[in-house]
Write a protein that binds this ligand. Structure first.
Ligand code: HSE
Length: 440
């Protein structure tokens, strides 16, 4: 195996198993393209005897990923276990300390420890490649790290979680419940081990924090992101959005402002017909706005074994193609010590319009209360529609849904207006409020 690039793979789940298959089935093509044969010489997973439909019998089995990472039998440690703590963290550190290049798909790990790990890789002259960590099969890291060097990025945004996009798409297309769609996403292997990370937006935030660091040359700061997931989105919201010419997407948005970086993850209304609205199912899309190149958008599969393994394999081949003694580019696009502190900029006051869905008492004066309270807060309405009442009692307790779309205003003003409607005794339950995203 002396001429081979020897891989130690930790984690043989959906992505790990797909990678093993890919390396074995495409052996000849990879050897030609990488200029070096690739061999899997070490593996680790939670269970040794589980049938994964792959043959790793020629690789040495390790019960401990840290031992695999340190092993003299490997040149590259491929971390596909996930999680921001141990054993992912300790094993990646052990690999870098013992002179092994690292390839990882672990966005949670990079969001939490990326700067430290990048620094270790630089100091030891090693590569830390993580294409698969953001947007699955889309080669966005390479583009941002290598191809946009001469650009100052002003905004990076996109659909970064395949599970959420799959759920929202199927709810709209098939009228299925949130729970059914989530279960399907889990069965298809898109979702995280803990799917709350997908649906509450944490996974998107991890990915956004990495993109923001590459975009703005700042330290990775996942905790500086405003976070709102998709668990409160109902079929009613999706239908009302469609009737008003919008579609609901979970977006991650990082914008350079005069005071720092504003990063947010939340459901957003995007206009039907816009490129981002057309991104359906498990597909992800990343859009970059920059001074030199203008606007770019890349889309493709954001999750799934083969798509993610494709990005991992590309990272492995980049290591095979790198020459000994060649100065590797820094993992975060610039030396880790030169990254600026992440200055969190407050969510801007004026973000655009809002979609609001209220359930109100269907009695005289309710519309007047809404209009008055909105006017008191200087909120201009683009449209207001009352739907058929849900209950047919015809009395005081009849409930009716009302959908409002506002012109540009502030979140504070919306909240104050809704409190007013509530204090007038008109509001039933909580109002749904979704931002309308301005796209350039
Ligand atoms: N759970 C993630 C998603 C997998 O749904 O996008 C890829 O990071």
């Amino acid at each position: 195996m002396s001429n081979h690039l020897r891989l130690g793979i930790a984690g043989l789940g959906t992505v790990g198993a797909a990678l093993v298959r890919m390396v074995q089935e495409k052996e000849e093509m990879l050897t030609t393209r990488c200029g070096q044969a690739i061999a899997i010489t070490g593996v680790n997973a939670r269970s040794k005897n589980k049938d994964r439909g792959i043959d790793v019998s020629s690789a040495k089995w390790f019960d401990d990923p840290v031992a695999l990472a340190k092993s003299d039998d490997i040149d590259v440690y491929v971390e596909l276990m996930g999680g921001d703590g141990d054993p992912a963290y300790s094993s990646v550190k052990a690999a870098l300390e013992s002179g092994k290049h690292v390839v990882t798909a672990n966005k949670a790990l990079l969001a939490k420890h990326g700067v430290e790990l990048a620094e270790m890789a630089e100091q030891n002259g090693l590569l830390l490649n993580y294409e698969a960590a953001v947007a699955g099969g889309i080669p966005i890291i390479k583009v941002m790290r290598e191809s946009l060097t001469a650009n100052s990025v002003t905004r990076v945004f996109g659909i970064l979680n395949g599970t959420c996009n799959y759920i929202l798409t199927r709810m709209e297309d098939d009228g299925l419940s949130f729970e059914t769609c989530l279960k399907d996403a889990q069965d298809l292997g898109f979702a995280e081990a803990d799917p709350t990370f997908d649906i509450e937006g944490n996974d998107t935030a991890h990915k956004l924090s990495i993109l923001a660091s590459l975009a703005f040359g700042t330290r990775i700061a996942p905790d500086a992101i405003y976070l709102e997931g998709i668990t409160k989105i109902t079929i009613e919201d999706i239908e009302a959005a469609r009737e008003l010419g919008y579609r609901i997407k979970l977006l991650g948005v990082a914008t350079k402002t005069s005071s720092g970086v504003e990063s947010r993850v939340h459901p957003a209304m995007v206009p039907l017909g816009s490129a981002i609205a057309e991104i359906g199912g498990v597909t992800n899309a990343v859009s970059i706005e920059a001074d030199t190149v203008g606007s770019l958008m890349m889309s493709g599969p954001g999750a799934g074994g083969d798509a993610t393994a494709s990005a991992v394999a590309g990272d492995i081949c980049d290591i095979a193609k790198s020459k000994p003694g060649h100065q590797h580019g820094p993992a975060l696009g610039q030396p880790a010590h030169s990254l600026l502190p992440h200055e969190r900029s407050q969510m801007r006051a004026h973000e655009g319009g809002y979609f609001i869905r209220l359930t109100v008492q269907d009695k005289p004066g309710t519309m007047a209360s809404i209009a008055t309270r909105m006017a008191e807060q200087d909120i201009s309405l683009e449209s207001i529609v009352q739907r058929k009442p849900k209950s047919k009692s015809g009395g005081e307790n009849t409930q009716a849904p009302i959908i409002l779309v506002t012109h540009e205003t502030t979140e504070q003003a919306i909240k104050a207006a809704l409190e007013g409607v509530s204090s007038d005794g008109r509001l039933i339950g909580e109002a749904q409020m979704i931002r309308i995203e301005k796209l350039s």
